[in-house]
Design a protein around this ligand. Sequence first.
Ligand SMILES: *Cc1c(COP(=O)(O)O)cnc(C)c1O
Length: 216
Amino acid sequence: MSVTQNLKSICNELKNTKLVCVTKTVCSERINEAICAGATIIGENRVREFEEKYDQLLPCEKHLIGHLQTNKVKKAVQFFDLIQSVDSLKLIQEIDTKAGAAGKVQEVFLQVNVGNEPQKYGFKLNDVRPAITEIRSLKNVRVTGLMCIPPFLSAEQVRPYFKKMKLLFDEIKQENQDNIEIRELSMGMSGDYKVAIEEGATIVRVGSAIFGDRKQ
Ligand SMILES: *Cc1c(COP(=O)(O)O)cnc(C)c1O
């Protein structure tokens, strides 16, 4: 199936959920093919890789979804409309500094390590609220959502993790004030986006189901 056909069939399943087309390892020509077919948001994992494609891309919203090192924050703030992968206080403080210097208020999501996996980045479930308390004082960031990458399991096995995220999301929304305006829940990838939508995702991030398998 072509990129266009894949995209159309996924869009038919989305209802009100937004789609981030994950374009890591995909060349700018094929990304533009997806944009022409109706993709409005793309997601990239690495600042360096994205920088090389940036100039060739048709207009679209750009999200960073991979781990961001503090020494790449300045470029990330320059290139991305939204950074979904904020996984530590140290990182968001650096984003605040660099956004301030660039005269920008950077929109971000907090990444949650919902499975409490030692090898994964993200705030632990119990650390999200205390983090938000700290973040309130930052002037150059606006937190508008939560993102998670659950344990690598079958779609049905990840359902409980999506449910946990939805509970946290609904709780935290009650506390929206100042620069905290949580309204998006980013969860679900090619293998499990249908389950994520059933469990309340407002954004899914889909790569291989659109562009085919990535060669590692
Ligand atoms: C690669 C990636 C995706 C998309 O994965 P697919 O299985 O190809 O859909 C989604 N989110 C993040 C954070 C990723 O790194």
